[in-house]
Design a protein around this ligand. Structure first.
Ligand SMILES: Nc1nc2c(ncn2[C@@H]2O[C@H](COP(=O)(O)OP(=O)(O)OP(=O)(O)O)[C@@H](O)[C@H]2O)c(=O)[nH]1
Ligand SMILES: [Mg+2]
Length: 368
């Protein structure tokens, strides 16, 4: 039996199995087996050189954001509105056929927005340009799920297609440590108690992945699906914002009803009429979790006009890397004013974590 047949056989068995407490363990294992087979399938394909690369696009700016949506929902119109780019817009479907970048400058941050072709159900298995579109989303810091006001239920399609190629939205990587050992079986330390799967299921899933001896530390109450994600690897995690477009076409009552139909929180806009564009910019900026760092040269004035934009939880070391390739080497210590320190002008080291609107002076060693 080839891999596709094996997958099909397990899927058939899952379809026949009732979902309840008694079958939970069995179904969890079947999901683990399917994930493993799919991984093997992908590995074979990439060996044969059938690797479906994303469109070639160079990341630039402080973060990269992608539009994912079905054809004609208004992705290109919105990109143009947000960035002043000129991506082609038309009434027919599949107008955009490649990736079109635009740059949105907002509160000092340069945010790269990528307009992409529309995807359809089945995109992750190769329908249309689907695979290549989805691959671009893999490298994004934020995904904008874009929906037409008349087709809000398509959100499920988008989440599923992204999920199929290993992109998890609004989730963090599972907090678990698995250290392979040579003997002794699987030892589990539950720093956080598991309530969503049994320890037995956890061990059985690891065995599906040929992990028979290991020390496992549980730091989060994770589900069996999260565990499978972790052991099968190759997953990427991105934040997402759901956008409902074309609200100019409906009335208030319709929008009220819509709230009940969409699972996640969403922002409603009209790309054509420019409704809610600034609140959307705010949301994008906030989701990316930037901080602004004001540089103050030694003995000089702080530059409050052009902050350095960095990601949340950046250390002084990260800022050094942004400034200059040699900066880490030349670094002696730093002085910081702001929320991350107890008093203004505090002396800190390279691993100090900065906060939004900190003022920073870097003192370099002499003669380097
Ligand atoms: N009424 C209304 N029409 C819109 C809005 N935004 C876009 N449209 C229209 O919807 C159609 C499709 O817009 P596009 O921006 O090309 O859609 P797209 O999602 O980029 O489509 P593909 O590139 O084919 O995937 C065009 O006729 C737009 O004028 C909106 O906010 N309101
Ligand atoms: Mg388009």
């Amino acid at each position: 039996m080839g891999i596709p047949e094996k997958i099909k056989a397990i899927q058939d068995e899952m379809a026949k199995t009732q979902v309840n407490k008694a079958t939970e363990h069995h179904l969890g294992l079947l999901r683990a087996k399917i994930a493993k087979l799919k991984r093997e399938q992908e590995e074979r394909k990439s060996k044969k050189g059938q690797k479906s690369d994303g469109f070639d696009v160079k990341r630039s700016g402080d973060a990269t954001v992608v539009f994912i949506g079905l054809p004609s929902v208004g992705k290109s119109t919105l990109l143009n509105k947000l960035t002043g780019a000129r991506s082609a817009v038309a009434t027919f479907q599949f107008t955009t056929l490649t990736v079109v970048p635009g740059m949105m400058e907002y509160r000092g941050a340069k945010i790269q927005l990528l307009d992409l072709p529309g995807i359809i159900k089945g995109a992750s298995t190769g329908k249309g340009l689907g695979k290549r579109v989805l691959a671009v989303a893999r490298n994004a810091d934020l995904v904008l799920l874009m929906l037409d006001v008349f087709q809000p239920y398509h959100e499920d399609v988008l989440v599923k297609e992204l999920g199929n190629i290993g992109i998890r939205l609004n989730q963090k990587p599972p907090n678990i440590v698995i250290e392979k050992t040579t003997t002794g079986g699987i030892a589990v330390a539950q720093q956080v108690k598991l309530t969503k799967m049994t320890e037995k299921l956890l061990k059985d899933i690891l065995r599906v992945y040929d992990i028979n001896n290991a020390r496992v530390v549980i730091r989060e109450d994770l589900t069996s699906d999260q565990l499978i994600d972790y052991v099968s690897g190759n997953k990427s995690y991105a934040d997402a914002i759901t956008i409902i477009n074309k609200i100019d076409l409906v009335d208030k009552k319709f929008l009220y009803q819509l709230k009940k139909k969409i699972k996640s929180e969403f922002i409603q806009v009209s790309a054509d009429f420019g409704i809610n564009i600034d609140p959307l910019k705010d949301q994008i900026y906030n989701k990316l979790k930037f901080i602004r760092v004001y540089m103050r040269p030694k003995g000089g004035e702080t530059d409050f006009k052009e902050p350095l934009i960095a990601r949340k939880d950046s250390t002084i070391g990260n800022i050094c890397d942004q400034l200059h390739r040699q900066m880490r080497k030349q670094f002696r210590y730093a002085l910081v004013w702001g929320k991350s320190v107890k008093f203004g002008g505090q002396r800190v080291g390279i691993n100090h974590v900065l906060q939004d609107e900190d003022v920073l002076t870097i003192i370099k060693s002499r003669g380097v």
